[in-house]
Design a protein around this ligand. Structure first.
Ligand SMILES: [Zn+2]
Length: 62
């Protein structure tokens, strides 16, 4: 699934935070961990929430 165009992408540690539109006129903020073997990713309604999640994320390698 890659219908979204992310913009305003920043990296906080291993986590990238990007903003995109959800196709219904709303803006979503996604935090995705880029570390190998870490599947963390989540959507947030506000940029602040996404950045906070990125900052507090701890990888849990399997
Ligand atoms: Zn991680």
């Amino acid at each position: 699934m890659r219908p979204n165009r992310f913009y305003d992408v920043t990296r906080i540690g291993p986590v990238q935070v990007g903003t995109h539109h959800d196709g219904r006129g709303r803006t979503k903020h996604t935090a995705v961990c880029t570390a190998p073997r870490c599947d963390f990713s989540a959507d947030y309604n506000t940029r602040a929430a996404a950045e906070l999640a990125a900052r507090t994320h701890r990888c849990q390698p399997r």
